[in-house]
Design a protein around this ligand. Structure first.
Ligand SMILES: [Zn+2]
Length: 356
């Protein structure tokens, strides 16, 4: 689409292959960076099997890796962009063992129910402003159907390959997985997100502490902004102590092996900047609904995607982005309320937010 041939995979070192996430231009938001790790001669583990089918197959073929040699699948968290090839790998090798933190297990095993909660349906269903969003959902599904928004969502999830998948084992903080990977529980983005640490190589697989320019991903309904901040700080400390020299992240360009401290700080600052932005917006009016706040923040958000706005698909996708921005704002407001900087008031069935 952009006329440039993109890499399918990169070798990080002798034992680690990165399968690149699909580009934004493909509009496949449902993929992540996956990593294949050699455990011994002909034994491998995959970290976050969330690449596209095509890239997964090509990477394995070109590196002479058979499916039956992928013995383990480590899931850093349960979002479908990190797990979408799990069932395919399980089918190819029924012996493969998959692992996830217990707080994430139900997102994978009851994915459809979980995804119904992901977008703030109750907040958007009756609003004129989101009629485009609802049209976009129908565009992905049945243009002339009379299905409810919820039923339509189910079909979008089908196109995104969101479905329930089985996980074999749970992991907890401090566990050491085959391949010598130490589990570091790092909640925030989701409650049970785990990073995986390869101590002897000073490499940290940091999942959605991903350092990409778009900033911290706070738009899930289970996100805790305060926990996310703590987890980013934890990575900063590991870098400062000199025990982490390379990050391999779930999204964005990799490997990340220079200016780690500064880049982590920039990522952390995307959170504090957003908090400041919301507080600034709230200064303008005595009280505001979450829709008012989102109108103001989304103008900033959309700038990140300027180079894609000429694409037809973008118009539809952006509606989903706006709804997820609103969910993110909700998570920021909860954090600001916790910090006693904002409070809310319910009147006439509406929730209003204001400065304390
Ligand atoms: Zn995620």
């Amino acid at each position: 689409m952009l006329g440039k041939k993109r890499q399918i995979f990169s070798k990080i070192n002798e034992d680690i292959i990165l399968i690149h996430q699909d580009s934004m231009a493909s509009m496949n938001f449902n993929t992540c960076n996956s990593y294949i790790l050699r455990l011994r001669d002909n034994e491998f583990a995959i970290i976050d099997p969330g690449s596209s089918l095509k890239k997964l197959n090509k990477t394995l073929t070109q590196n002479n890796i058979d499916f039956e040699n992928i013995k383990h699948a480590y899931l850093t968290h349960g979002h479908s962009d990190h797990v979408n090839m799990l069932d395919y790998l399980q089918e190819k090798n029924p012996e493969m063992i998959s692992y996830i933190h217990p707080l994430e297990r139900s997102y994978v095993e009851n994915a459809v129910e979980y995804y119904e909660l992901l977008f703030p349906l109750r907040m958007i269903e009756n609003q004129e402003k989101f009629s485009d969003f609802i049209t976009a959902i129908k565009f992905y599904t049945h243009p002339n159907s009379n299905l409810t928004l919820n039923q339509n969502f189910k079909m979008v999830f089908d196109t995104w390959n969101v479905k329930s998948r089985k996980v074999d084992k749970t992991i907890k903080h401090g566990d050491v997985l085959p391949g010598g990977l130490k589990v570091i529980h790092s909640p925030g983005h989701t409650p049970g997100m785990c990073m995986l640490y390869k101590e002897q190589d000073k490499i940290l697989f940091s999942s959605d502490i991903h350092l990409s320019k778009a900033g911290a991903t706070v738009n899930g309904d289970k996100c805790s902004v305060s926990e996310y901040k703590k987890s980013i700080k934890k990575v900063m400390e590991m870098v400062e102590e000199g025990v982490v020299e390379m990050l391999l992240t779930g999204h964005g360009k990799n490997p990340i092996n220079s200016n780690l401290r500064e880049r982590l700080q920039q990522f952390y600052d995307t959170i504090t900047k957003k908090e400041v932005l919301i507080l600034t917006i709230l200064q303008k009016k005595e009280k505001m609904t979450i829709e008012d706040i989102t109108n103001a923040t989304f103008a900033e958000y959309i700038k990140r995607f300027e180079k894609f706005t000429h694409l037809d698909m973008f118009r539809d996708t952006i509606c989903i982005a706006e709804a997820s921005e609103m969910m993110g704002n909700y998570n920021f407001l909860i954090e600001l309320e916790r910090l006693n900087k904002v409070r809310k008031e319910v009147s006439e069935d509406k929730t209003f937010w204001m400065l304390v």
